[in-house]
Design a protein around this ligand. Structure first.
Ligand code: SF4
Length: 451
């Protein structure tokens, strides 16, 4: 999973991009990069680490221009290393092209094999680079080239691209991943921008205008924006897991406020999976907070912050190795004994993937003296891997794919486990043209092609 930000029409485009990326840091913490241009040549700075560490005055001084695109990365395709950091920038027959990608192409393997057979040389191990090679083989402006290659791409892509003339924002026909369009006007003039989440636009002084639509190419250039669209669309498949876990709670994703949606998930969970006799509801911070509030209000059980999170440690789920995740839990979460000791508690978390993190959290709560622990998950059992840009393990490592509820409770070492149903999830998610729920249901909109 990744976050992308792009802007056209501001003399400090790279600085604003770095601020926008800072607001998206939760979407990827392995590497960050920005490509900028004053018109023509594209300049690139990228490194492993966090946005605030990478983009200081010296780095920003090497990123001139009125247009910039950037990305924060958590690897799904291609290892966590600098050569796979984004934006990826190539010198092609039509000049420099840079791309920042959120999502995963499901047909990257056959596309890459075909391009390699035709002589293409790749500088990274990512699925994203095939997009640049396909663009270089088309005719027309960058936006027109992008529209032309969209029928060749399958899977999830919210993209930002620049060729030093325009900045292009693109969303795949299913609209798996979010991409918001924003605008700001000041003494420097008018600037258009696009970002994975609305708070990034707000942080740089912009206003949310609308979503980039599924199957749409928005071209930002001198004189304003232009929209190009695919003629035929398959129907939306917005990633419901963005609402469950990934997005910031203050975001508006796919037309719904994430915070309010999570509270509705929690309330529905309380109706579907009550914990009789429980005395206190405790969230796993931060992503379980809103759902736990919803659970507590619906059930009438008092809500307390029984786990305190250190904000100096990153998200455990998106640490790239199991070993790092396990150390991370103890560094990150600290139980409040006065709230927990001797009580029957409901612990609300957003999802249960391998179960190793939850098992550690339950261990912390037992050490703090909890009498009974009832784990409630504000999403359905994650029984299938995601192919569209969220890094879930193979099915054999997914707890819910291989164990009954009783076996899961025994593995996690809690007294009971309860999940939200797929029907309850969609009901609480609210009205929408179409959701992807494949990691919960196994109903994949597009198949993963491995050869
Ligand atoms: S499979 Fe799950 S995580 Fe992946 S896009 Fe679909 S809903 Fe989102």
């Amino acid at each position: 999973m990744c976050g992308v930000f792009g802007i056209f029409g501001h003399p400090e485009a790279a600085r604003l991009a770095s601020i926008g990326l800072h607001a998206l840091q939760h979407r990827g913490q392995e590497s960050a990069g920005i490509a900028s241009s004053p018109g023509g040549e594209v300049f690139l700075q990228r490194a492993m680490g966090h946005v605030a560490q990478i983009f200081d005055e010296a780095t920003l001084a090497n990123l001139p221009g009125i247009m910039a695109i950037g990305q924060v990365r958590y690897s799904t395709t291609g290892a966590s290393r600098l050569r796979n950091a984004q934006p990826i920038c190539l010198d092609t027959s039509i000049g420099s092209l840079a791309v920042a990608h959120n999502g995963n192409l499901v047909n990257a393997v056959p596309l890459r094999a075909k391009l390699a057979a035709e002589g293409a040389l790749f500088s990274s191990g990512t699925d994203t680079e095939v997009i640049l090679h396909l663009l270089a083989r088309q005719q027309g402006s960058l936006g027109e080239r992008m529209l032309a290659i969209m029928p060749m791409l399958q899977g999830a892509y919210s993209l930002l691209l620049t060729d030093g003339r325009e900045v292009v924002a693109v969303r795949d026909p299913y609209g798996y991943r979010p991409l918001a369009l924003g605008f700001r006007r000041d003494a420097h003039g008018e600037a258009w921008m696009a970002a994975s989440e609305v708070p990034a636009i707000n942080l740089v002084g912009g206003e949310f205008v609308r979503e980039v639509e599924p199957g749409e190419v928005v071209v930002m250039r001198q004189g304003g924006i232009r929209s190009l669209r695919l003629a035929k669309l398959p129907g939306r498949k917005a990633c419901v897991f963005e609402h469950v876990y990934f997005a910031r709670p203050d975001s508006v994703i796919f037309g719904h406020t994430v915070y309010e949606t999570r509270k509705r998930f929690g309330a529905q969970l309380a109706r579907e999976a009550p914990a009789l006799g429980a005395e206190v509801v405790i969230p796993v911070p931060d992503s379980g907070i809103a759902a736990a509030l919803g659970y507590a209000r619906e059930s009438g059980i008092p809500y307390e912050l029984g786990l305190i999170r250190s904000h100096y440690v990153g998200r455990t789920f998106i640490q790239p190795t199991v070993a790092l995740r396990e150390i991370g839990v103890r560094r990150k979460l600290s139980p409040v004994k006065e709230i927990i000791a001797g009580k029957s508690i409901v612990v609300v978390d957003d999802s249960l993937v391998r179960g190793t993190t939850s098992r550690q959290i339950i261990g912390l709560l037992r050490e703090a003296g909890a009498r009974e622990i009832h784990l409630r998950i504000s999403s359905p059992p994650t029984a299938w891997p995601c192919w569209y840009g969220i890094d879930t393990p193979d099915r054999d490592q997914l707890l819910a794919a291989n164990k009954t509820l009783e076996e899961i409770a025994a593995f996690i070492t809690c007294d009971s486990v309860g999940y939200l149903s797929p029907e309850g999830l969609l009901q609480a998610a609210g009205p929408h043209d179409g959701w992807c729920t494949a990691c919960f249901t196994g109903e994949y909109p597009e198949q993963l092609l491995t050869a």
